[in-house]
Write a protein that binds this ligand. Structure first.
Ligand code: ADP
Ligand code: ZN
Ligand code: ZN
Length: 690
């Protein structure tokens, strides 16, 4: 909000006009008659206003004179409804915070009111005062205190370099192998920022990673108020934590992507851990990328940002190459004796496999058992088998509502769609021909778990995937079980790969990874590489060296060759050169319009129509592709298609979208999000999947 909009001279108390942002996909703002207590200092406060048939909490963007004589488009004073109550329980949301939300709205093509209001916790957006949350002080957890370890030479060098850059904006990519002690570097930088009376924002990709980090931070800084913000924080606590950050009480904010919208008046440092993680992308409503917004925020506030990763995103790597980011390396593990695990590629082409497992891998697991050490078998597919087929007629377990197979789940004997959730019992016989010989094809975690139980009946085997760990609590219980070393063999998906420290784990087996090499999604290899590096990084963190065996039919593939050498820069260079050749991001900017309806023709016709809404010669730098059905064309009974827009220039793409999208919404019966024929549509800027 810019104060320049406010002209105090023309304000005529007691009857001013409030310009209010409201969570609605319509206009940018709405005008109301100000209540008698309104003053220009109320900009940034929440206000209860009548809206439609109900009441809403909005945000005051401006306090104007009643006749708003500066603005010919403003509604006449006689048409205005009266704003009810200005809420004074919180300080005003600061200008920089409003500007962050407005920037996000404009860049990601969302309604400004939606972006602003949705960035405020729901507990603070209830028009009914009894439902609004009372604001208490954030709780400080006092417990064990951690001493700071002596930094390794590498850490000390990195901390020195970064400490020298804490004044003003700088974007820094901390590239450190798993276990290199990146978190310790964060803690040292936080210490410096705290000493300078600054607030710190620490972003993590996953809720599961917040408790660990929060515990580490509070043990290091026991007297410092720390708050967490993510979707599992209760509504009341979220309101409280947001308020504490806003009024400066909370000095450290730890959170997932939504925490990037925390108002922090004394923000002095932003850290984004695991910056490459796709979980930073919001996939509903305003589809923002929290890492990218965090970089924007750092620049806006003139503060340093540190992006940490063992496998940086190609986007960030390209920013290093172009000089926009500074790169700092931690090439070695922090723990004195811990060395990087030895990775072996096991060519399975001429091997006989038992339930997908080679004799070599089984022997490796047997050795682990004999030595009393933990092993991990990584298979990034949950369920028993990805598909059930009839051996007689070829029937396959397709989902009735999606263009996808339903997955066999053995434990509760169901067929389950992993996309729409559709579930039914496993049929006893083929629904088409009655044949009773139905066969599960392929394998997932449950099947591997079962096979391992047969091979190692004496072993304690634990499966970790989204079927057994749906909530953070369940995950924490599993993690405790793993850490207490009551587990010999872990079977798990990528859930297990991220950020967790299992000191007794020495052996990792990877099966079924090849699928990621040739997937239609061109980002699949990048994700596979990051996952494999991470999962390999789980092995041998303490004093025991780790061993990793990757079963593959393509051992010569460059991705595996880079993995073998732990050569992350090599992989990124390869990846970026391919993207450059293909004209993919970051060498092009993309936006995608996705639409869905009952019939595919309706969707394609809609996309075809909006494609022609704009004379393309007005935007010579922008290329609009033809509408195409999405890779998974049917989801939950609706047909889906998309339209990709591309430009070598981010600015040109933005200009195009600003010209184009309003034209779409002007169409008859069309709004942001809906169009005739039951079409639902939306736009995503910088899509991660297309
Ligand atoms: P990363 O975040 O890079 O994966 P962590 O910060 O979690 O690495 O550190 C990995 C392990 O090394 C942790 O157990 C941590 O306590 C330990 N560690 C980190 N820095 C040091 C240090 N300077 N001295 C001793 N141990 C350290
Ligand atoms: Zn059949
Ligand atoms: Zn389905």
């Amino acid at each position: 909000m810019n104060k320049s909009v406010v002209n105090q001279d023309v304000l005529t108390p007691p009857y001013g006009r409030l310009r209010v942002a409201i969570d609605a996909p319509l206009a940018a703002s709405f005008d109301y008659l100000a209540p008698p207590d309104a003053t220009p200092a109320d900009i940034g406060l929440r206000v209860v206003v009548p809206f439609g048939t109900g009441r809403r909490v909005g945000l005051i963007l401006a306090v104007l004179s009643l006749d708003a004589d500066l603005d010919p488009d403003a509604p006449l004073a006689a048409q205005l409804k009266v704003a009810e109550t200005i809420l004074r329980d919180l300080p005003p949301l600061p200008t920089d915070w409003v500007n962050l939300c407005l920037f996000a709205a404009s860049y990601y093509q969302a309604a400004p009111g939606e972006a602003l209001l949705q960035a405020i916790p729901t507990g603070l957006r209830k028009p009914d005062p009894t439902k609004r949350r009372a604001l208490k002080h954030p709780e400080t957890i006092v417990g064990r205190v951690d001493a700071r370890p002596v930094l390794t030479v590498g850490q000390a060098a990195v901390v020195d370099q970064l400490s020298a850059r804490l004044e003003g904006y700088s974007a820094n990519l901390l590239f450190g192998v798993t276990g290199s002690g990146k978190t310790e570097v964060y803690l040292r930088l936080i210490e410096v920022a705290l000493a300078r009376d600054q607030q710190v924002l620490l972003l993590v990709p996953e809720i599961n990673l917040t408790p660990l980090l929060e515990a580490r931070v509070t043990r290091r800084f026991p007297d410092v108020p720390v708050v967490s913000l993510h979707s599992e924080v209760t509504e009341a606590a979220r309101a409280r934590h947001f308020a504490a950050a806003l009024n400066g009480e909370a000095r450290i904010v730890i959170g997932t992507r939504l925490a990037v919208f925390t108002p922090m008046p004394e923000l002095g440092l932003i850290i984004v851990d695991e910056e490459h993680d796709p979980a930073y992308k919001q996939l509903e409503g305003m589809r923002y990328h929290a890492r990218d917004l965090a970089v924007w925020r750092a620049r806006q506030r003139g503060v340093p940002i540190v992006l940490g990763s063992a496998t940086p995103s190609p986007e960030s790597w390209a920013n290093v190459q172009s000089g926009r980011y500074q790169r700092l390396d931690l090439p070695e593990r922090a723990y004195a004796d811990a060395v990087l695990p030895e990775i072996t590629l096991l060519d399975t082409r001429r091997l006989t496999l038992d339930e997908g497992l080679s004799a070599t891998l089984l022997e490796e697991l047997a050795q682990g058992l004999a030595a009393g050490e933990q092993s991990l078998l990584f298979i990034n597919r949950r369920g028993y088998a990805p598909v059930l087929t009839c051996t007689a007629c070829g029937w396959i377990s397709n989902c009735r509502r999606c263009a996808a197979h339903r997955v066999v789940h053995r434990l509760d004997r169901t067929l389950r769609c992993h996309h729409c959730g559709d579930t039914s019992p496993i049929p006893r016989q083929c629904p088409d021909c009655g044949n009773a010989d139905l066969r599960p094809v392929g394998r997932g975690t449950q099947r591997v778990e079962e096979a391992l139980q047969t091979h190692f009946p004496q072993a304690r085997i634990l499966r970790v995937d989204r079927d057994v760990a749906t909530t953070r609590k369940q995950w924490e219980a599993l993690e405790a079980q793993i850490s207490s070393q009551n587990v010999d063999i872990l079977v798990g998906t990528q859930m297990l790969a991220k950020g967790h420290d299992f000191p007794a784990l020495t052996r990792v087996g990877v099966v079924g990874a090849d699928a990621g090499l040739f997937a239609a999604d061109w980002r699949a290899p990048e994700r596979l590489f990051a996952q494999l590096m991470q999962v390999a990084g789980r092995a041998g963190r303490a004093d025991r060296p780790g061993r990793v065996i990757v079963q593959t039919e393509h051992p010569e593939h460059p991705l595996y060759q880079c993995l073998l050498r732990h050569d992350v820069p090599g992989f990124l260079t390869l990846e970026l050169s391919e993207r450059q050749r293909a004209g993919f991001p970051p060498y092009a900017a993309q936006a995608i319009v996705r639409a869905e309806a009952k019939q595919l023709e309706t969707v394609l016709a809609f996309l075809q129509r909006i494609r022609s809404l704009i004379p393309i010669d007005q935007h010579p730098e922008v290329f609009i592709y033809d509408p195409v059905p999405m890779r998974m064309v049917r989801l939950a009974g609706r047909e889906r298609a998309q339209l990709l827009v591309e430009s070598p220039s981010r600015l040109a793409l933005q200009a195009f979208l600003n010209d184009w999208l309003p034209r779409i919404s002007q169409g008859k019966g069309t709004t942001r999000g809906h169009a005739p024929g039951g079409v639902r549509w939306g736009v995503e800027v910088d899509p991660l999947e297309c």
